[in-house]
Design a protein around this ligand. Structure first.
Ligand code: DAH
Length: 373
């Protein structure tokens, strides 16, 4: 390894030779630097104040020079200093460039590798069913209306002709929002028990004639079992115009059932009661599982409980008392009439897809939902 020699000869020729020897040692050592720790050793060997090569050059060459040679030696020593500086910075630059190059190559992405496939969900069978029902009515010129799930007593009950304390309210197993007692009853909040309040909300917003369907979630205090869930889905319908009759109701719903379940299904109406319709009815469709026979081969047909009929929705002619609440927006019960209906979308999906437990709809297992694509 290079060692700074003592100089005996201070002639220009001898000085130049000594400088050349030193510089070639510098070049070789710089080239040999391959790591951060090499670099530090190299820098210290040449630059260290105590006994670094430059310090030695100062001591051995400059201080030992005869007077008349000092100037020439001094000049050369200064040049050497800047050469050493240069070499050290160049070495440092070379190292850090190499480091970032190796980092770049370590981070390189192979764009020919296959990508990561994201799991795709499936359209939920209840949503799919609701969309199908909505589209049947869209084709008849109905539009879609929606409303809030947290509803007031007024829209959920009062304006639908459930007077305060009327026993019909008990049929709805309502979930009330806590802490509402200081409010007037009609302003108290609850989870809507049906989509019917959106009938009122829409009639407040839009003048007759009106044809709407209302899909949405509803809530009741029902313990979960194979056919009940505290949250489920309904689709409501409302048509209001002059001279709407029960015949329009029957024709519309009969058509909708044929579009949904097949052209051979029959419909059948039997009297019922809802506070917001008069007269009211429950509509049955002939069982599209057993074709109305009540039997599947020699087995009894479960979905229709062997009756050959499946109860599918509630309906009726809008009660004039309901129109009274929206009379100010053009719904004068003396001038307009209308029909309404409401059906459970989960129930329709259960029947359509032969699902035996409503809970399966709400457990979020994509393997379940994927079966209905
Ligand atoms: N809202 C009723 C329920 O949840 C269903 C219903 C019956 C809706 C008759 C209607 C209707 O619009 O006319 O039980």
């Amino acid at each position: 390894m290079y060692k700074v020699p003592k100089l005996a000869d201070y002639s220009a020729k001898a000085l130049d030779a000594a400088v050349r020897e030193l510089l070639s040692a510098l070049d070789q050592e710089a080239l040999a630097v391959g790591s951060e720790s090499d670099y530090k050793a190299f820098r210290d060997r040449w630059m260290a104040r105590k006994n670094g090569i430059l310090t030695q050059v100062n001591e051995l060459w400059l201080k030992g020079a005869p007077k008349d040679a000092k100037k020439g030696v001094g000049q050369r020593v200064n040049e050497l200093k800047s050469k050493v500086d240069e070499s050290i910075s160049a070495t440092e630059a070379r190292l850090s460039k190499g480091a970032s190059a190796s980092k770049l190559s370590a981070d390189r992405i192979d764009i020919t590798l296959p990508g990561i496939r994201r799991a795709i969900g499936a359209e939920h069978p209840v949503i799919k069913t609701m969309n199908e029902i909505v589209s049947v009515f869209r084709n008849l010129g109905y539009s879609v209306s929606e409303g809030p799930e947290v509803e007031s007593d007024y829209y959920n009950f009062e304006a639908l002709n459930f007077p305060p304390n009327h026993p019909a309210r008990d049929t709805q197993d309502t979930l009330f929002i806590a802490g509402q007692d200081s409010k007037a009853q009609r302003d108290r909040l609850l989870l809507r028990t049906h989509t019917s309040p959106v009938q009122i909300r829409t009639m407040e917003r839009l003048k007759p004639p009106l044809r709407i369907v209302i899909p949405g979630k509803v809530h009741r205090n029902d313990p979960p079992d194979a056919s009940h869930s505290p949250m489920f889905h309904q689709i409501e319908g409302l048509a209001v115009d002059t001279n709407i009759t029960f015949g329009d109701l029957k024709g519309t719903l009969d058509h909708a059932m044929k579009a949904l379940f097949g052209s051979s299904v029959k419909t059948h109406f039997r009297p019922s009661f809802f506070p917001f319709t008069e007269p009211s009815a429950e509509m049955m469709v002939s069982c599209f599982i057993c074709g109305g026979s009540g039997k599947r081969g020699s087995e009894p047909c479960r979905p229709c409980k062997t009756t050959g009929w499946i109860e599918i929705l509630g309906c009726g002619m809008v009660d004039p008392n309901v129109f009274e609440f929206v009379k100010h927006n053009g719904y004068d019960p003396k001038k307009v009439s209308g029909f309404a209906f409401g059906m459970g979308a989960d129930r329709v999906a259960i029947l359509k897809y032969g699902v035996d437990d409503i809970q399966l709809f709400f457990q979020g297992d994509v393997r379940f939902s994927q079966q209905f694509g």
